[in-house]
Design a protein around this ligand. Structure first.
Ligand code: PLP
Length: 362
């Protein structure tokens, strides 16, 4: 009988709750408004010839590289950052190798590592989800071949310092070190210009969050030209579809749109944080487009919170099953008007569940 490989048979399944997402979607860290109008304009000009041809990645890669201030040889466009993670795992991990992650973090690191047959070494984040640089460095061994760090991290919104990340890259010259900057635009700090001295350091970016194009599936992986050559052998030459490639120049061409959206999200984040302080709800200071808050001490509390918000038309994400996140929910931020709706629903939910009586509006 046909059987998947042992590593695949034992893989945990990751099923994000995508079905029935009616309402204000603050559950997946997507943009609440979507892409720039110039992307839609470009989309409308596509004809059937554009779809008939196999997509050509090169010219758009050159545009994105120049936008990021790097060389084309240092960059690979991918089918979302997810594919970048997958390609890194396929390229560097063999069965018996080790990959280090600090939990809680983005689930797909673990999935793609495990699918190769390599072992996931999960280290716990420090107090308040601080990045445990020393523990990571101490755990690096000759078997360590991949280290994945989301910066800012998902679901916590916390960040690791630039020097700590570089120290890790320096301490693990035989491991591919991925600094996943999916939420870069909301944070503003990057390791992209620092890669020079570290041929094992990779930086990823996405067009799924600030750019509002999660449905088009485009990510960027940047690294040493020699390493990127190897990765290109693993990637399909057609990994990014023609529609996405056609739209990308328009997306990066409208930086005013991104700046404005990011600025609103940051204001929304500050408003939500003020509201949580006022209500006495513990949360973690975030550098991303979401905030993780602890609405109770048991899983039932976050489940009830998510249900209550859902009844008011607002989707937020229960993160209780993540390590150290019992009773936690993750709330994505968007425009001012979305935050108005969020804060109204939050106040009503806290009152209904008796979590806090304080005035939430700010
Ligand atoms: C840290 C992190 N990396 C990568 C991704 C996935 O990005 P993409 O849509 O580009 O595959 C996410 C999505 O939530 C994320 O939080």
């Amino acid at each position: 009988m046909l059987k998947p490989r042992e590593a695949v048979r034992t893989l945990p399944s990751y099923h994000p709750p995508l079905a029935g997402r009616d309402g204000l979607r603050l559950d997946f860290n997507e943009s609440t408004v979507g892409c720039s109008p110039s992307v839609l304009e470009r989309l409308r000009t596509l004809d059937r010839e554009d779809l008939a041809r196999y997509p050509e990645r090169g010219p758009v890669e050159a545009r994105v590289a120049s936008f990021l201030g790097i060389q084309s040889e240092e960059l690979l466009l991918t089918n979302g950052v997810d594919e970048a993670i997958h390609i890194l795992c396929e390229s560097y991990l063999d069965s018996g190798d080790e990959a280090l992650i600090v939990v809680p973090t983005y689930s797909m690191y673990q999935i793609y590592v495990m699918a190769t047959g390599a072992e996931v070494i999960s280290l716990s984040a420090g107090p308040d989800f601080s990045f445990p640089t020393d523990e990571v460095r101490m755990r690096i061994s000759p078997r360590t071949r991949f280290i994945a760090i989301a910066n800012p991290n998902n679901p916590t919104g916390t960040v690791a310092a630039r020097d700590d990340l570089l120290q890790i890259a320096q301490s693990a010259p035989d491991a591919a070190v991925l600094v996943d900057e999916a939420y870069f635009e909301f944070y503003g700090e990057t390791l992209l210009p620092d890669r020079g001295g570290f041929p094992n350091l990779f930086v990823s970016r996405t067009f799924s969050k600030a750019y509002g194009m999660a449905g088009l599936r485009v990510g960027v992986l940047a690294g040493d030209p020699g390493q990127m050559n190897a990765l290109r052998r693993v990637a399909s030459p057609y990994n990014v579809n023609a529609v996405a490639l056609a739209c990308l120049p328009a997306a990066i061409g409208d930086q005013a749109y991104i700046r404005e959206y990011v600025s609103e999200v940051r204001q929304s984040r500050a408003r939500l944080e003020r509201a949580l302080v006022a209500a006495g709800i513990p949360f973690w200071r975030s550098q991303a487009n979401f905030v993780l808050a602890r609405v109770g001490t048991a899983e039932a509390a976050s489940a009830a919170f998510v249900n209550c918000m859902h009844r008011r038309g607002i989707l937020v994400r229960d993160r209780s099953s993540d390590q150290g996140c019992t009773g936690c929910v993750r709330i994505t931020l968007g425009l001012r008007e979305h935050t108005d709706r969020l804060l109204t629903a939050l106040q009503e939910t806290l009152e209904e569940l008796g979590i806090a009586q304080a005035v939430v509006r700010s």
